[in-house]
Design a protein around this ligand. Structure first.
Ligand code: ADP
Ligand code: MG
Length: 294
């Protein structure tokens, strides 16, 4: 399916990230409701590096050839078909071929960040069975984990475009908080780095606030923060409602030395996963309660 700008009607605004604005749109020919992300013009921050852990900034590249190359690379996303990944419908150029827009599956229940902020506003907490489903499904950071109306948990915004990666000049945005110590120290990306990001994500979703910067030192400069991640004790998941298995799972995710940090396959054998995976939990019902849908 090719998507054309004229075929889309904007329905509402869903959110704003460093990368651009996300809107709910109707694709008229198919009557599918989609989420459309339009890349910001100035100082675009794009997300396409190593499974979305690391948001990087590039300055605008109005060169249509570059934009077209990005489109070709994004086409790879169309071949991804997984219940754990937000479906990609297509990308197109707008504004005289200077802006990349992309259309993806609309996830009615928003991101885990939206959901834990909602829980915070309601004075609630997200319980351990939900944390286990998150750990089992995906990883990375709360705003890139989206939830469908049925309660399916899906990852979006992961890296595929080499051109984007090459045109990157690193800026320090909030996303660096999720970066593993070895990445801060400039080592190559490995899947273990995502396990680190998962640990921080579980703490954030469970405590309704980011794990870093540490709550008692909210005003660290970015350099102090990165130094903190490398040198200071790792954050912990806290609370009387959290089991020992869950605390240990998070602690193991946050093993500083990546050579001792378990692989995703090993993590799925962890007692925390085994404890909850066969316990029935209707996440569709959970999402209904979170957003008060009836
Ligand atoms: P970030 O991930 O840094 O928040 P994004 O531009 O990727 O920035 O997304 C901004 C917000 O838009 C998200 O936090 C989420 O609330 C919303 N959003 C993004 N993609 C979708 C989608 N496919 N369905 C529903 N909401 C979405
Ligand atoms: Mg995102």
């Amino acid at each position: 399916m090719e998507i054309n700008v004229e075929d889309l009607d904007t329905l509402s605004r869903l959110g704003e990230g460093a990368a651009g604005t996300v809107r709910k749109v109707l694709h008229k020919p198919t009557q599918l409701v989609m989420a459309k992300k339009v890349k910001k013009k100035k100082k675009t921050v794009y997300y396409l590096l190593t499974w979305g852990t690391h948001k990087k900034s590039i300055s605008t590249e109005p060169d249509p050839n570059v934009q077209r190359q990005i489109l070709r690379e994004l086409a790879f996303l169309k071949t991804c078909d997984s219940p754990y990944i937000v479906s990609f419908y297509g990308a197109f150029l707008d504004d005289g071929d200077t802006t990349v827009s992309l259309c993806m599956e609309y996830c009615e229940a928003g991101s885990l960040e939206d959901i834990y902020k909602r829980a915070r506003d309601l004075g609630g907490v997200i319980g351990e069975p939900v944390l286990e489903r998150i750990a089992e499904s995906v990883n990375i950071k709360p705003s890139n984990i989206l939830v469908t109306r049925k309660g399916e948990i899906k990852l979006c915004d992961f890296g595929v475009s080499g051109v984007l990666i090459n045109s990157i000049a690193q800026t320090f945005t909030g996303t660096q908080y999720y970066m593993a110590p070895e990445r801060i120290q400039g080592n190559a990306y490995a899947v273990q780095s995502d396990i680190w990001s998962l640990g921080l994500t579980l703490i954030e979703v469970s405590q309704n606030r980011p794990a870093l910067p540490p709550p008692d030192q909210p005003h660290l400069s970015i350099f102090e923060l990165l130094d903190f991640i490398v040198r200071q004790p790792v954050p912990e998941i806290q609370g009387n409602h959290i089991s020992e298995e869950c605390k240990n799972f998070v602690a193991v995710c946050l093993t500083k030395d990546p050579t001792y940090r378990p692989t995703p396959a090993r993590m799925l054998q962890h007692p925390f996963i085994l404890k909850w995976e066969n316990v029935h939990m209707d996440l569709g019902q959970w999402v209904k309660e979170v957003w008060a849908w009836n």
